[in-house]
Write a protein that binds this ligand. Structure first.
Ligand code: FE2
Length: 139
């Protein structure tokens, strides 16, 4: 089965640490997507574990990004933080739906993750990349 998301060079934000974290997030989303297609009690537990691991990782990643944005005095920090918070909230809602028995939840969640990750990385995260470049900031 093909991966749901494939890393592309155009996603780079010019900071190796962040690019590596984004690659890891993409990997986790692909694992989550694969886990959607297995249907058993064990698979369900696996899916829940994958979601929680992904959430832990996402929180670490967001705080890394927010620290960098603070350091460079990025003017879009508050709005960007809000986007991060909304995203974590949405994942928690989806994970809860799944744990409460919604069978549609895994595929919906994987799709949501894909759309969010691709658009967030390629659009919102790219904004601080442009800011760093145009203001000659050191990260
Ligand atoms: Fe971000």
């Amino acid at each position: 089965m093909e991966d749901l998301i494939v890393w592309e060079d155009r996603y780079s934000v010019g900071i190796n640490l962040i690019d590596d974290q984004h690659k890891q997030l993409i990997q986790m989303t692909n694992d989550l997507y694969l886990a959607c297609f297995k249907d058993s009690g064990e698979a369900k537990q696996h899916f829940i574990n994958v979601i929680h691991n992904a959430l832990d990782y996402i929180r670490i990643h967001f705080s890394t990004e927010e620290q960098i944005m603070e350091k460079i005095e990025y003017p879009g920090l508050a709005a960007h933080k809000k986007e991060h918070e909304k995203f974590v909230h949405q994942i928690l809602v989806n994970a809860k739906d799944f744990e409460e028995g919604s069978h549609k939840a895994p595929a919906v969640l994987a799709k949501y993750l894909k759309d969010w990750i691709v658009s967030h990385i390629a659009v919102e995260d790219k904004q601080y990349y442009f800011f760093i470049k145009s203001h000659n900031k050191q990260v």
